[in-house]
Structures are given as C-alpha cells and as structure tokens.
Design a protein around this ligand. Sequence first.
Ligand SMILES: [Zn+2]
Length: 115
Amino acid sequence: MVDDQFQLYDLKVEVVHGDRARPLVCQHRLGDTFFLRGSRIEIAPGSSFGMWAMLAVLPFLPAKQRPTVKGDWMTTDADIACTDPHCGAQFRITRLELKTYRHGDFTKVPLGANS
Ligand SMILES: [Zn+2]
C-alpha cells in the first residue's frame, strides 16, 4: 500500500431484536438493513431505517470501518442499542469487504498537513 492509501471496511447494519425482554417500540422492522461503503450510505431495497436508530449507530461507524487490533473492544463489539430505553432493538454492525481508498478521493487537504 502506498502512502496516499488507506483501508476501510464496507459495513452492513441490520436491525435485530437483541434485548428480548423488551419489545420493539420504534417501528423497527427486523432485518431492515443499510450498507456503508466508503462515505456512502445505501439503504437495502425494501428497507427503511429510522432517524433515531440512525443517530444511535452513526457515531460507531467510522471506527468500525477502520482496521482495529484484536484486543480493541471495537473489534469485538457489534450490537448498538436503540436510543429508546424501552425498546429491545439493536443494530448489528458487520464488517464486510476491506477496500483500499486514496487520500485525494476524500479530501483536498494535502497529505502530511496537520500531522
Ligand atoms: Zn427502538
């Protein structure tokens, strides 16, 4: 890999019923899915994803996209709870293909600036 390249996993985010002691209360549909490829979110055909669900999971996505070491909790933890404390839905993040990108495809800031 050359200096201006970096790698990101494609991610799949799927609604699961992770906490069975609680009902699904936010109009989640089990199996609804979106994908994150690079910086692009793609909602799977026939799926939808609620705004609050999206807000719960978004902060974790940039970290899950990046390769992490075995001991990092970000490597193992994959289920994010719904923001509604009464809701049993969770959003499962699965790493898919690891892709290589180029620095200049994402920013106009010169390589090496601010480092
Ligand atoms: Zn919910």
